[in-house]
Structure formats: structure tokens, C-alpha cells
Write a protein that binds this ligand. Structure first.
Ligand code: NAG
Ligand code: NAG
Length: 241
């Protein structure tokens, strides 16, 4: 019996220290329509995840492991169809269902992560710097530290000004950032505006800011939209939730 307990505790010791060098991510679809989430690894030298694209019907969710360290993003594509070739009206990555290292074409809402090795400090945020397509909430399971939920819950498409709209018929299906729509240095924080002191909020970035105060609304948005959590938490990413 004692031997058994020893083996068991050794096993848990092993798990604790060597076995689970990964975070679990779960993506859930709370939208009333199907979505096609995607992942992109952007950390140098880090491999793409075991899944880089999948379909979720309304109410469905999918979990996958994220090795640590990892830097990357999760987004969701909408209005996808496969007429010989798989394409989506928002967030398309141009490679089909699996994005295999390609990012989503903006405007698209991004959930961004930097997962630390050895249970160190993770960073995560919601970014509307490249525009918006769907509401998203990041919630944290476990971990130590602030570990607060971060979100863009509002449907920015509903208040998107005409000059930023992406439409399908009469319906606004995504909202461009001003940088994407006008490609001007003052909106993109490039050129002489490539300086946090010079690149200020604009009437356009304020629309995103008012709708989703916790998300990044433009490149040099200097409020603390980056959230942190230690001790290798798991992440739940809920679209439209
Ligand atoms: C934002 O400001 C620009 C430049 O001043 C102006 O042309 C545009 O109409 C404004 N848009 C909104 C939505 O306030
Ligand atoms: C931002 O900083 C303020 C003041 O330090 C703090 O109260 C707040 O919780 C922080 N917000 C986030 C999202 O970390």
C-alpha cells in the first residue's frame, strides 16, 4: 500500500514538474451562427499548434494544448463556404480550413497570447488594432495573480461608421480600423507618428474604445489592456460571449 502511494505521489510530482509544459486552450462558439476559429503561432522558432483551423457550430467548443513558451493569436472566421475552395467573408487566411501559419485578413478581432515557460507570467489581450469582426471574451481557469477576464463583448459592427464598414448585402459583417481603411500615419502610428507620445486616440479609435474599453483600440493605445496571469492557467476563448 505504502509503495503504491509512493508511486502515485512520484507520478504527480513528475506531472507537476515535467509532464504538463502546456496550457489548455478552449475555444467556444456562443454566436448564433457557425464560426471557423483559427490559430497562428508568431513566436520565432515556435511550431504551429496541433490545430490551426476548425469549425464550431453554435454552442460547440474545442480544446487543444498550447506548448510553453508560445506567442500567438486566436481569431474566428465567419461566413465560410466551400465551393471547390474554402473561403470566408471575414478573417480568411487564404489557405483553407487549416491556416498552417497564415494570419487572418483584417478586419478581425484578435485574442493575443504570450504563454511563459515554467509557469512564469503569461500575457494576454484583445486587440481591435486590425479592426473587429466578432465579440470575444478571454477567461482564465486556474493560475495565480490578477488573472482577470478580458473582453470585447460589444458588437462594434452595429455602431461602425459607413467608411469603416465591411458589408454583405445590407449587413455589416466587420468594422475596419481607421488604419486599415485610410492607411494614414496618424491612424497607423507609422512615419512621424511612430511614437506613443505622438500617436493619439482619434475619433475613429474612440469608437472602438467606447465599445470595448478593455481592448486595444489602436497601435499605441497606452492604457493597460494587457492582462497577466502566472502559474500556467488554462484559457477559455468565447466568441460572442
Ligand atoms: C473623424 O474625423 C475625420 C477627420 O477630421 C472626419 O473626416 C470624419 O468625418 C470623422 N468621422 C467620425 C466618424 O467622426
Ligand atoms: C490598470 O491599472 C489600474 C491602476 O493601476 C488597475 O486598477 C487596473 O486594474 C488595471 N487594469 C487592468 C486591466 O489590468
Amino acid at each position: 500500500m505504502a509503495n503504491h502511494a509512493f508511486l502515485l505521489s512520484s507520478f504527480f510530482f513528475f506531472l507537476l514538474h515535467f509532464g504538463v509544459e502546456a496550457a489548455k486552450m478552449t475555444v467556444k462558439n456562443n454566436c448564433g451562427i457557425s464560426i471557423w476559429p483559427a490559430t497562428l503561432t508568431s513566436g520565432p522558432g515556435q511550431p504551429q499548434l496541433s490545430t490551426t483551423g476548425f469549425k464550431l457550430a453554435p454552442g460547440e467548443s474545442k480544446s487543444f494544448n498550447v506548448p510553453a513558451p508560445w506567442t500567438g493569436r486566436v481569431w474566428a472566421r465567419t461566413r465560410c463556404s466551400n465551393n471547390g475552395r474554402f473561403t470566408c467573408m471575414t478573417g480568411d487566411c487564404g489557405r483553407g480550413l487549416s491556416c498552417n501559419g497564415a494570419g487572418g485578413v483584417p478586419p478581425v478581432t484578435l485574442a493575443e497570447f504570450t504563454i511563459a515557460p515554467d509557469g512564469g507570467q503569461d500575457f494576454y489581450d484583445v486587440s481591435l488594432v486590425d479592426g473587429f469582426n466578432l465579440p470575444v471574451t478571454i477567461t482564465i481557469q486556474g493560475g495565480k495573480g490578477p488573472c482577470r477576464s478580458s473582453n470585447c463583448r460589444a458588437d462594434v459592427n452595429k455602431v461602425c461608421p459607413a467608411e469603416l464598414q465591411v458589408k454583405s448585402g445590407n449587413e455589416v459583417i466587420a468594422c475596419k480600423s481607421a488604419c486599415l481603411a485610410f492607411n494614414k500615419p496618424e491612424y497607423c502610428c507609422t512615419g512621424e507618428f511612430n511614437d506613443p507620445k505622438k500617436c493619439k486616440p482619434t475619433n475613429y479609435s474612440m469608437i472602438f474604445e467606447r465599445q470595448c474599453p478593455e481592448a486595444y483600440s489602436y497601435a499605441y493605445d497606452d492604457k493597460n489592456s494587457t492582462f497577466t496571469c502566472n502559474n500556467r492557467p488554462n484559457y477559455l476563448i468565447t466568441f460572442c460571449g
